[in-house]
Design a protein around this ligand. Structure first.
Ligand code: DGY
Length: 322
């Protein structure tokens, strides 16, 4: 039987290419650039599988142009770049890489929370610029993390991992809002209290956004939501940039209506809203939530396992539309 053809849409670890090559004819893109839609369509023609990353967009139009495509495996937990409904309608299986990045991403979320609340970015920039002159009682004084109220919007795996860090590492009160409430036993284990979104915004000293991005969650933190938050609060976004109205966030931070922000994701990334770049009370990282070598290797391996299983008639470990 002739071997199936697959596309790996960007540079990926050599062991992944080796694993895939044991089963398929692999067309591997060598660079790190995202293929433009037309180039992606051309490279995918005649391929049964696509191994993609967080930025290659899989649309209904692309699926119609590539009727041989049977499986899309994304090396990411987020899948807002894939029209899953269009895939399902055409019998295309979609897989992602949950679980293996949960703790690493929660670490980064907590690091951003601490860095923003304790003004670490601002302090580091000041020190490097030679601006550290003397001690004063309120020099670089920020907000406490321990013992404060940690709000979590979106209480999936990563949200729960953030909750554990806050509750058991820092003695924080954990409150959350989610589309569906957690089972009582999980709430008890995490000592997490369910609130309405408005209540959550009002009580959180630090609010971490960990919800999936969709039409429903687009700009779900905008001027009205920011106005409900404490003036001293910290906002952390490790989900997707489009969840936050960045102009409204920049205005709130600039005008002292919000304490600080820690952002790992941006609406137009890799471009960053210039209004954010001018502010001292925001810590910015370049979408690196899952960026440790062990975690990235685990994600890459899982994405390969998903593709191999799905195209060889086995059950993939983490399907999205089985
Ligand atoms: C994910 O896995 O979804 C990360 O945000 C990388 O895109």
């Amino acid at each position: 039987m002739s071997r199936k053809h697959i596309l790996v849409a960007r540079r990926t670890p050599a062991e992944v290419i080796e694993k895939l090559s044991a089963h398929f004819e692999v067309d591997a893109v060598e660079g790190d650039e995202v293929l433009a839609p037309a180039a992606l369509r051309e490279r995918l023609r005649g391929k049964a599988g696509a191994y993609i990353f967080g930025s290659e967009r899989i649309t209904a139009e692309l699926l119609d142009a590539c009727p041989d495509l049977r499986v899309v495996s994304t090396m990411s937990v987020g899948y807002n770049h894939i029209d899953v409904a269009a895939c399902t309608a055409r019998g295309v299986l979609v897989t992602n890489t949950p679980d293996v990045l949960t703790e690493t991403t929660a670490d980064l979320g907590f690091a951003l929370l601490m860095a923003a609340a304790r003004r670490m970015g601002e302090g580091e920039r000041l020190l490097r610029a030679g601006g550290w002159q003397r001690w004063s009682w309120d020099f670089m004084a920020g907000a406490d993390v321990h013992g404060s109220t940690l709000g979590i919007l979106g209480m999936g795996r990563i949200g729960q991992a953030i909750a554990r860090r806050g509750r058991f590492g820092f003695g924080m009160r954990v409150v959350y809002h989610n589309r569906s409430r957690l089972p009582a036993q999980v709430e008890t284990e995490l000592a997490a209290r369910y609130l309405s979104k408005d209540e959550l915004l009002a009580v959180a000293d630090h609010l971490v956004l960990v919800l999936p991005y969709s039409a429903e969650s687009h700009h779900c933190i905008a001027a009205p939501e920011l106005a409900r938050m404490k003036r001293t609060a910290t906002l952390v976004n490790i989900a997707r940039g489009g969840i936050v109205d960045e102009d409204a966030l920049a205005a709130a931070l600039r005008e002292g209506r919000l304490g600080a922000a820690g952002l790992d994701v941006f609406e137009g990334e890799p471009q960053v809203n210039p209004a954010l770049l001018t502010l001292s009370n925001v810590v910015l990282t370049p979408h690196v939530g899952s960026a440790t070598i062990p975690t990235r290797l685990a994600m890459a391996g899982l994405a390969a396992d998903n593709l191999v299983a799905a195209l060889t008639g086995a059950t993939p470990p983490t399907p999205l539309n089985p």
